[in-house]
Design a protein around this ligand. Sequence first.
Ligand SMILES: [Zn+2]
Length: 176
Amino acid sequence: MQKVKLPLTVDPFKSAQKRLDYDGIFVIKLLERLTEATEGVISDCEAKLSFDIDAQGLKIVRGNAKVDVQLECQRCWEVFPHHCEIEFIYSPVFNEDQVGNLPDAYEPALVDENGEINLLQLIEDELIVALPQVAMHDEEDCKVDSEDMVFGEIPLADERPNPFAVLKNLKQSNEE
Ligand SMILES: [Zn+2]
């Protein structure tokens, strides 16, 4: 079934009053920042959004999003597919001060000068934050373990590890 394209920006107040639901996609080519943060985006981003008004009268949008990307394994340097899925509840705010008033479960969605929030930007931010800090294959899928580094030019691979050297390397890579 053909999925509908999601609007990039919406008026969260009107949408909440109408209790709008969206179920659709952002196509790959819109996901420029996610593409830059990974080795490539390989599926459209599917998202479901429900606008609502909570018991306190706050306008909210609750939803989830998922996308498939390519990441580079930091152990064997091969690219592998990674499924990324997030859930969120946003509530529109007009300024920093209002952020502090939101319940902890809600994340702020800044309202722009047109009275709209940028759905694409919010969801893309959330997907980028949810990427693993160090991307790696599962052990059983990783070349480094399963093929005993046949192709290896992996640093430190054939040294018996000196714990201090390892620490030093870790430290250096953290400082980069
Ligand atoms: Zn690997």
